[in-house]
Design a protein. Structure first.
Length: 326
């Protein structure tokens, strides 16, 4: 069976993983390295990690990979150049796809990291079998990937799938993108921290203030989840507010796209038991025609931190198996 390598590039680490098309949820070999500071260093790190995994595959008797897929955070055009990347600013303007094509001796596909994760979940994860699906990744910000009619939605420029920057409150907190009130300011991991900070400053969550050593500006999302797990009412109220904001953005996506499944992934999804039921209830209240949307479900992505690499590998296999016009 065809084997490919996927590489997921994050703000702190590069993860390369090999998967077989017959069982893509199982990682055959992997390599993790720190994400370098410079754009050229990122290309070198990706190439080095991919080559290390390829060497491991050959040593195991599986031969050479059919292709390499790379998932990068930010706005990527269709030839693999980054045009905006808040968590990888040094790589903006770098023609990653072209440079990796020169460095590796196999076909290379470069795609947005959340798009890769969405594709993985639809083919091998919690969205398996769904023709219409949305993945939102909750981390420092909010990323997203959209599959419609069984196809990954990329858009005219390749920039589709950035729901975190839907403006839900024009007078809200400033976003790193330069605007105010983006959805991710309320419904991401950092958004949860901001809601917790506001509650601590207002005296509504003294336990959060204690966890942040008395400094409301130091309140983080993990403080909220830790206090909520301990039964703190103030933290529970913050999670209630967070769930409403998360549902507000999801309702916009459901109203627009009418997917069969909406999946929540990213680091914050590990705490989903604290907020997912509340979000489901709020989503039913906010989405248009909720009673008629019996087939729409909200669930948690299941492939975890490897989802981006798995999806990148699968996209590379798809590209290498697609016949070119002659």
């Amino acid at each position: 069976m065809a084997v490919a390598i996927g590489v997921d590039v994050g703000g702190t680490k590069v993860l390369a993983a090999a998967v077989d098309a017959a069982d893509p949820a199982t990682v055959l070999a992997e390599r993790r390295v720190p994400t370098p500071a410079g754009g050229d260093g990122v290309v070198e790190a990706v190439a080095g990690a991919a080559q290390a995994v390829a060497d491991e595959l050959r040593a195991a008797g599986r031969g050479a990979p059919a292709g390499v897929g790379v998932g990068l955070p930010g706005l990527l055009d269709r030839v693999g150049t980054l045009h905006a990347a808040p968590n990888l600013p040094a790589a903006v303007g770098v023609p990653v796809g072209r440079l990796l094509g020169r460095a590796l001796d196999v076909p290379v596909v470069v795609e947005n990291d959340a798009n890769c994760a969405a594709w993985a979940e639809v083919l091998a994860g919690a969205g398996r079998g769904a023709a219409d699906a949305v993945l939102v990744t909750l981390g420092t910000g909010i990323g997203g990937g959209i599959v419609l009619g069984g196809q990954l939605l990329r858009g005219t420029h390749g920039f589709a799938g950035e729901p975190g920057h839907m403006v839900v409150d024009p007078s809200g907190p400033e976003c790193p993108c330069g605007r105010r009130g983006c959805w991710e300011r309320y419904a991401s991991g950092s958004g949860l921290g901001w809601l917790g900070e506001r509650a601590a400053r207002d005296g509504r969550a003294p336990a959060l203030l204690d966890l942040a050593a008395g400094d409301p500006g130091a309140v983080r999302g993990e403080h909220v989840t830790r206090a909520a797990r301990g039964g703190d009412a103030g933290a529970g109220a913050v999670l209630e507010e967070f769930s409403w904001w998360l549902a507000a953005g999801l309702a916009n996506l459901v109203d627009l796209l009418d997917p069969e499944v909406v999946l929540v992934g990213g680091g914050l999804a590990e705490e989903a038991e604290l907020f997912l039921d509340r979000t489901r209830a709020s989503l039913a209240e906010q989405v248009l025609g909720s009673a008629a949307r019996r087939r729409t479900r909200l669930d948690v992505a299941i492939l975890g931190p490897a989802a981006g690499a798995i999806g990148a590998a699968l996209l590379s296999l798809e590209a290498t198996s697609t016949p070119t016009a002659g």
